[in-house]
Design a protein around this ligand. Structure first.
Ligand SMILES: Cc1cc2nc3c(=O)[nH]c(=O)nc-3n(C[C@H](O)[C@H](O)[C@H](O)COP(=O)(O)O)c2cc1C
Length: 185
């Protein structure tokens, strides 16, 4: 099979990781893939913040858990209450994607950049997972200090985030819906 299609179809959301840090060359290949994503009016409005520092990861985890506790979603509340759980599955690296608030299509730009990074990671044998709570944690009024500690400029908004790490399991694919395509010839 074509290698790109293979990486796209074999990518899974990983929720267990090895603790080993990403090799520099793997991380830079993933970031390069993100930077080569398309963007509205070629604005490339994004900033990719890679968090590998354990203390900072701990602070992000605590902030995410606050958001999860306030979510009203039972599963998230239970997970946040578990002191051993991690909002990003103890992945060794988090990539936070933010964009200039004045960009025309920042939501789309950030999401496609993260998607490119997920596929690039898969092609390198690295697992990944979208982590939704990070956005809420850093954009909440009490997330300001942590956002600044993460060196994300105030004029930038966090739109999405992904956990990255070497795989320690091979999750099976979630079933895909049928009948989602209309081809009009
Ligand atoms: C916008 C978005 C938000 C998501 N948020 C989370 C999340 O917070 N935590 C998580 O474990 N997975 C999250 N996911 C991953 C989905 O659960 C996953 O993509 C879906 O179950 C399909 O599985 P697959 O990625 O293995 O194909 C998110 C995915 C998207 C696109």
């Amino acid at each position: 099979m074509n290698e790109v299609i293979k990486a796209i179809t074999e990518r899974r959301s990983h929720r267990v990781y090895l603790s080993e840090q990403l090799k520099e060359e793997h991380l830079s290949a993933i970031l390069k893939a993100g930077a080569f994503a398309p963007s509205g009016m070629n604005a490339q409005p994004w900033r990719f913040t890679v968090v590998q520092n354990k203390e900072l990861l701990g602070k992000v985890n605590a902030a995410c858990k606050k958001v999860m506790l306030a979510s009203g979603i039972e599963r998230l509340i239970a997970s946040a209450k578990n002191p051993d759980s991690s909002a990003f599955y103890a992945a060794p690296a988090l990539i936070i994607v933010s964009a200039d608030k004045s960009a025309v299509t920042p939501v789309e730009d950030c999401a496609i950049a993260l998607g490119y990074m997920f596929v690039a990671a898969e092609s390198l044998g690295i697992g990944s997972c979208w982590i939704n709570a990070v956005k809420g944690a850093l954009e909440a009024p009490d997330g300001k200090a942590l956002k600044s500690e993460l060196q994300i400029p105030e004029s930038f908004k966090v739109y999405c985030s992904g956990a990255f790490g070497y795989k320690s399991a091979k999750p099976s694919a979630a079933p895909r819906k049928e009948g989602i395509v209309s081809i009009l010839k």
